[in-house]
Design a binder for this molecule. Structure first.
Ligand code: ATP
Ligand code: MG
Length: 472
């Protein structure tokens, strides 16, 4: 029985952790009969002002209506690490249908998990009913379904708080903040693991990754974000199970990619993904391109991620379009090279054709919503247009909505070792130059001066053939 095995695992962990870790403060925290430990406010020292007001309102409302309500998961983990939580999640004993009745601005969402969203202006607080783990012997097929690989397909089995804790992924994500006395409930030894910088899967890691392969990505992400060591039993199965990533929906993987690479620890996450052989399942073309000795593929990827991390640290905005444009830039170049010998398309239509193919391959792994894939194409197209600067073109290019992102990619390319003849420096200078200097910067012998074509007798062309005007 999975549930029984999990509880046995927790009891063993509890016994061993109280002897092996120096942070286990037996005097200040109480282990209770049902196998959890309560860490008092005096010990955990999370300042109350850091608790989100709206999340607290939701918890108090649930408690006032006679249910249990706790802040749980990443928010408690991050507060204990001194980090600002991304969001505040709530776990409750109330069933979704009961909980939704309590909130005027509440709405039930989700198929895989039924969740309550309570809206406060732009903030959304997510409330989940305590869930139990799956045991095919005990629950009806309707409530929980598992695929042949062991992957959970549907997951709406409600349970107790203890069961809820044990079906979470890592011990540090299974800490519950009790607003009644401001203590923390720890069912899986996560408090000690957190103090010891240790990422540990709850239960048998192999089985837990099979249930949900995204947990492998989450392991890589938390190790990167928190600077934790992944405990060996948690780390060991990942390499072998990495191919299970193929069973995860592209939409979910897109979300995970953003959390991994665009949350301020992208470079560290990339290293973890490579360490576990996971990157190839997110960006197969970029991963293959790493073998090329023609292009500085890894340098560009790492520089792009460091650049993103830096921007986020400075509070600047980042866009998935730039990330995908950078990671797929060399796969695009390789595809162009492959198509070139048999294609008589001019450079720009050739780029469009290669872009279609590369993005088409990529969306089989990670979805890319159209609002991002269109700008990716524009950023790539501008790489062809940025060398052509004469006359009014430079000023016109600067008006392009994607100019900034395209210029950033140009800089990255040159900084990563591509020889563009100092083009990015030229654009850097041009942007800050005054109009007089700008005119002076426009040497008459620019090598991209348009070559006058000999006038030919006009030939009738189909209305939608724009190749010449775009490709010039
Ligand atoms: P962050 O919000 O910083 O990305 P998080 O841990 O809060 O990290 P969420 O995706 O917000 O991540 O999930 C909230 C909580 O739900 C987690 O802390 C964990 O307890 C649980 N959880 C999320 N995803 C899984 C999963 N795939 N398997 C088991 N538990 C999960
Ligand atoms: Mg969260």
């Amino acid at each position: 029985m999975l549930a029984a095995a999990l509880i046995a695992w927790i009891l063993i962990r509890k016994r061993s952790s109280s002897t092996e870790t120096e942070t286990d403060t037996a005097t200040s925290s109480a282990a209770t009969e049902s196998g959890y430990r309560r860490i008092s406010e005096a010990d955990h020292q999370i300042p109350r002002r850091y608790l989100d007001d709206n999340a607290m309102k939701v918890v108090y409302r649930l408690e006032d209506a006679g249910h249990e309500g706790y802040l749980v998961g990443g928010c408690i983990r991050d507060l204990l690490r001194g980090l600002k939580p991304k969001d505040f999640d709530i776990a409750t004993s109330a069933h979704p249908e009961e909980a939704v009745e309590l909130f005027r601005r509440g709405r039930l969402i989700g198929r895989r998990f039924k969740l309550l969203h309570v809206r406060f202006g732009r903030e959304v607080i997510e409330v989940a009913t305590f869930r139990a783990s799956h045991d095919q012997d005990e629950v009806s097929r309707d409530q929980a379904r598992t695929a042949e690989t062991g992957m959970i397909l549907r997951d709406n089995v409600y349970g107790t708080i203890e069961e809820d804790a044990l079906r979470r992924d890592f011990t540090v994500n299974a800490l519950y903040y009790d607003v009644k006395d401001h203590s923390i409930l720890d069912f899986a030894g996560g408090y000690d693991d957190l103090k010891n910088n240790r990422l540990r899967m709850i239960g048998d890691a192999n089985a837990r990754y099979r249930e949900d392969p995204v947990r492998m990505l989450r392991a890589a992400r938390f190790a990167a974000k928190l600077g934790f060591d992944i405990e060996s039993e948690t780390a060991n199965p990942i390499r072998e199970l990495a191919p299970l990533m193929r069973n995860v929906s592209p939409a979910r993987l897109f979300d995970e990619v953003l959390k991994l690479l665009q949350s301020g620890h992208g470079e560290a996450s990339y290293r973890q993904l490579q360490r576990f052989g996971l990157f190839q399942y997110l960006f197969p073309l970029a991963d293959q391109a790493l073998e090329s000795d023609e292009f500085p593929v890894e340098t560009l990827i790492v520089n792009a991620l460091c650049n993103t991390d830096r921007r986020l640290a400075q509070g600047k905005s980042v866009t998935p379009a730039f990330l995908f444009a950078a990671l797929l830039w060399y796969p695009l170049q390789q595809r162009i090279r492959e198509l070139e010998p048999t294609s008589d398309l001019p450079p720009l239509p050739l780029l469009h054709e290669a872009a279609n193919q590369v993005l088409g391959d990529q969306v089989r792994c990670t979805a890319i919503p159209r609002r991002f894939s269109t700008p990716v194409r524009e950023i790539w197209e501008l790489q062809l247009r940025l060398p052509r600067r004469q006359g009014k073109r430079a000023d016109q290019l600067m008006e392009h909505p994607r100019f900034r992102a395209a210029y950033d990619l140009l800089l990255l390319r040159e900084n990563s070792g591509e020889d563009l003849g100092g083009l990015s420096q030229w654009w850097t200078d041009y942007q800050v130059a005054n109009p007089v200097n700008r005119r002076e910067m426009m040497p008459s012998d620019l090598d991209d001066k348009p070559k006058r074509k000999r006038r030919r007798r006009p030939r009738k062309r189909p209305a939608n053939d724009q190749s010449q005007s775009q490709g010039e």
